[in-house]
Design a protein around this ligand. Structure first.
Ligand SMILES: *Cc1c(COP(=O)(O)O)cnc(C)c1O
Length: 469
């Protein structure tokens, strides 16, 4: 073993070979050096961990090591953040980037960011403007709010409002609403970081009006209502609605905030969903501030939207923390384009992909699934068993958690590969396809797959079965 280790190529020898191959035109010297060290280090580990009688172990030649170094450097050039096909049927999949952006939003990003823009420049007056003013009017018109502000995401929006209105003061929240959304967003922890003092009231399943009334004191800064998003409490429960909280707030001169989580401008009950108040309806209760995400049911880019009372919004805008949480110009361009879709009234649903996916009639989803089936059958992949079956999609993203949406699934089975293995191989394709796996079947949910994406699924399967399995 000592002999093997001694014969490992030396770094300067490898560098010499690489230089001859013109590597320094392809990567910075330090990057090449570090790749050399990693490759030699890995080889050393391999030799050290080999069994005594392992005859397969050999010392790689200089050229072999150089090839490995070049491979490593080429890997660096591959994009890590890539498009994928979401065949899972989870419409707002947080790990897959939540809401896909529409064509208009993409065009606006390109238009606004390929050159300079009036991001913080008032063209009318010829002097400094405010970045969030570009969406302020449209948000107010559509929601009925007096004023609007947008920040990086809803977590930032909640943090900013709490910090502005309840720093060093108590914020009253029902125990049934002390939620965790995932991705480390937990109401009690955000509250602590904001400097607000959590005043939890009631019990997990029941909170009464008197719990709120009794909790109000001289040091109360805020009454907070939180949308429970990804879970429901059922059975023996009691929750106080927003109008009653607004009433308490008015009487005691304490602002009331509603973290809506998803925030939807469209009445989804018209499409057979459980009734959820729209942003417009929530604001009509007279609540002082509402916050919600840009990339959940709204269907736009990641953003945190804050709407409400003018005086309070002015205070929030002046909070120095706002500077740290500010929205960037690409997002703003996409958000403005997304909001314009809502000017189309009832047609907004067809212009926003996630709303389209949620509300699309089963018959249309089925039609698409059949098309995909036909395409895959024509591709003649040895032994693939393809079957259509009924199933359910989920909204995801903490929105409408208990609602199952009927869908059509394409089940794929291979005689020579387990579903788990096939799913894994599909994730490693040129355009990765992320599928659902159940009972040793790979399932493609056509509710979350657009027709333009069929080619990626077909190519993916061909790629998987072309490599030796
Ligand atoms: C999703 C959610 C958040 C966090 O929103 P992000 O945009 O992911 O930061 C906060 N509160 C509630 C109630 C949510 O559902």
């Amino acid at each position: 073993m000592k002999e093997l280790l001694k014969n490992l190529p030396k770094i300067d020898e490898i560098m010499l070979v690489l230089k001859k191959r013109g590597i320094l035109k392809k990567a910075p010297r330090d990057v090449v050096l570090s790749a050399c060290r990693s490759v030699v280090g890995d080889t050393r580990e391999l030799i050290l961990s080999a069994k005594k009688d392992d005859t397969n172990i050999h010392v790689p030649s200089l050229d072999e090591v150089a090839d490995a170094v070049i491979g490593r450097i080429e890997n660096l050039r591959r994009y890590s953040l890539r498009r994928v096909v979401n065949a899972t049927g989870v419409i707002l999949h947080t790990n897959l980037g939540r809401a896909p952006l529409g064509k208009e939003a993409l065009e606006r990003i390109l238009e606004v960011s390929c050159g300079y823009s009036n991001l913080e420049f008032d063209l009318e007056k010829g002097k400094r403007g405010l970045r969030y003013d570009h969406v302020q009017r449209i948000l107010c018109e559509l929601s009925g709010a007096e004023d609007a502000l947008v920040v990086n995401n809803n977590a930032a929006a909640v943090l900013l409002v709490l910090n502005t209105l309840a720093l060093g003061k108590e914020a009253i929240v029902s125990r049934g609403e002390l939620i965790e959304i995932g991705g480390e967003f937990r109401i009690p922890e955000v509250m602590e970081k904001s400097g607000a003092i959590l005043r939890e009231i009631g019990t997990t399943n029941r909170t009464h009006l008197s719990d709120y009334e009794d909790a109000v004191n001289n040091n109360t800064g805020l009454i907070l209502k939180v949308h429970t998003s990804n879970f429901r409490i059922v059975g023996f429960t009691e929750e106080i609605g927003l109008p009653a909280l607004v009433e308490i707030g008015k009487n005691a001169d304490i602002p009331v905030m509603n973290d809506l989580g998803s925030g939807c401008f469209v009445e989804l009950d018209r499409y057979g969903f459980e009734r959820e108040p729209t942003v417009q309806e929530v604001l009509k209760t007279g609540v002082d501030v509402v916050t919600f995400s840009g990339d959940k049911l709204l269907g736009g880019p990641q953003a945190g939207i804050i709407l409400g009372n003018r005086d309070i919004l002015q205070k929030i805008k002046k909070n120095p923390l706002n500077r740290a949480l500010r929205i960037d110009k690409l997002t703003l361009a996409a958000l403005e384009a997304t909001m314009k879709q809502y000017l189309n009234g009832e047609d907004a649903v067809s212009g926003i992909r996630i709303l389209r996916a949620i509300t699309e009639p089963l018959a249309d989803v089925e039609k698409r699934a059949k098309k995909l089936l036909t395409i895959l059958k024509k591709s003649h992949i040895e032994g693939l068993v393809l079957v259509l079956k009924e199933g359910t999609s989920m909204t995801g993203g903490g929105a409408l958690p208990t609602q199952e949406i009927p869908t059509m699934l394409l089940s794929i089975k291979s005689p020579c590969m387990s579903a788990g293995r096939l799913g894994e191989r599909l994730r490693h394709c040129e355009v990765p396809v992320v599928v659902r796996i159940a009972e040793d079947e790979v399932l493609i949910d056509s509710r979350t797959v657009d027709e333009e994406e069929f080619a990626f699924i077909e190519e993916g399967l061909q790629q998987v079965f072309a490599e030796d399995v």
